[in-house]
Design a protein around this ligand. Structure first.
Ligand code: IPM
Ligand code: MN
Length: 393
């Protein structure tokens, strides 16, 4: 047992060193990239696997349609990036193959389809999730996930910390003995500061009057305690915005409380809680197929569906019915992020017309619903029917 303890101490020391090095890198981080200064803006399209290529293709078609003039003028360029499939990643034994990362780094923003993350016992080698690799390698620290149900007055934007917490050392846990397994959670001042500030700035810019921090600081006292006290301090710099904090368990319950839930506006939270709560919120909106997700960093940004690669749909032979709405909503965020706010609004309105009002085609994920292609074409048709761009709903 002495040996096991010594080994664990050494490993722990290395982890701490790695995290301290990460802090130093964050201290030196560059300023926000200004897309206005770029020509062309390079958009990488990565299909992923499972239902990924199919739904990503629809989203890419729509973005290219909206940006046709700019593409022709050389102001934007689209690049297909291959190799993010589970087969290729398993072959390279890497969650994120080096050549794929190198290609991604040549772009400014990425539109990414879902990728399969192997889990114990499913036959794939135990490689890491591709999106975790991308989030980390490109330092995409903010996972922004909006959920809106206008009819119920719900307008939530979740700011999930995307690079640390339980995730940063998630594959570096230790089996100390046959009976004892230990994992780690790491929270830094720099990592907390940048996500909390981004949430407050978003609230300010969009005139949203409330920012809510969600932790479990009553139990996870050190890391969540740090996150919460930093949120309390930063809140003081925004006296015009109401700040409150909730614990994750009661927050999960409150999202189901129809009398109170529309009081929440901007919610900022550590990584794992954000992962869980945003799936719950997306389900309240109509399912994980309906919500988009933006991964924002200062230099790069990646836009993806909130859901996984839908392997079950493939196994059951119904992948052609996958709903592309989630990744098309991600495309809305992409357009907004690179400065094409008006086009982004046009696309958002078109999706709303298709999925909330007209509903001529509805995806159910099964043969009683529309196919991915029908849904994509439907959104495109509604878009092109917006004759005067100022005349949309
Ligand atoms: C998400 C996903 C990922 C996460 C998984 C696939 C690693 O669930 O984007 O929310 O946990 O972040
Ligand atoms: Mn998730």
């Amino acid at each position: 047992m002495e040996d096991a303890i010594e080994k664990a101490k050494k490993q722990f020391g290395e982890l701490v060193q790695g995290e301290l090095d990460r802090v130093e890198r964050m201290k030196k981080e560059e300023d926000w990239l200004d897309y206005q200064t770029l020509s062309p803006i390079v958009v990488g399209v990565m299909g992923g696997d499972g239902i990924g290529p199919r739904i990503t293709n629809e989203a890419a078609k729509i973005v290219r349609y909206l940006m046709a003039k700019e593409e022709k003028a050389g102001k934007i360029e689209f690049k297909n990036i291959e190799g993010l499939t589970i087969e290729n990643r398993a072959k390279c034994l890497k969650g994120l193959p080096d050549d794929v990362l190198a290609e991604a780094k040549k772009c400014h923003v990425l539109l990414k389809g879902p990728t399969t993350t192997p889990k114990k016992g499913d036959g794939w080698p135990n490689i890491e999730s591709a999106q975790l690799g991308l989030r980390r390698a490109l330092d995409l620290f903010a996972n922004v996930r909006p959920v809106k149900i206008p009819a119920d007055g719900i307008d939530w934007t979740f700011f999930r910390e995307n690079t640390e917490g339980e995730y940063i050392l998630g594959s570096k846990g230790m089996n100390i003995s046959d009976d004892l397994a230990i994992d780690f959670k790491a929270t830094t001042s720099q990592g907390s500061d940048r996500i909390i500030r981004l949430a407050f700035e978003f609230a300010k810019k969009n005139r949203l009057q409330r920012v809510t921090a969600v932790t479990k600081a009553n139990v996870v006292k050190t890391t969540d305690g740090k996150f919460l006290s930093m949120a309390e301090d930063i809140a003081k710099e925004y006296p015009e915005i109401k700040f409150d904090d909730w614990f994750i368990d009661i927050m999960a319950a409150k999202l189901l409380d129809v009398r109170r839930r529309n009081l929440f506006k901007v919610v900022v939270l550590p990584n794992l809680y954000g992962d869980i709560i945003t799936d719950e919120a997306a389900q309240i909106q109509g399912g994980v197929g309906t919500a988009g997700s933006a991964n924002i960093g200062k230099r790069y940004a990646m836009f993806e569906a909130i859901h996984g690669s839908g392997l079950k749909m493939l196994e059951e032979g119904r992948e052609q019915y996958a709903d592309p709405t989630s990744i098309v909503r991600a495309a809305v965020m992409l357009l907004n992020h690179i400065g094409f706010v008006h086009k982004s609004e046009r696309l958002e309105k078109a999706i709303n017309v298709c999925t909330r009002f007209e509903k001529k085609f509805v995806c159910t994920g099964r043969s009683d619903g529309a196919t991915t292609e029908e849904m994509g074409k439907y959104i495109m048709d509604v878009l092109s029917a917006q004759k005067d761009p100022n005349d949309y709903l």
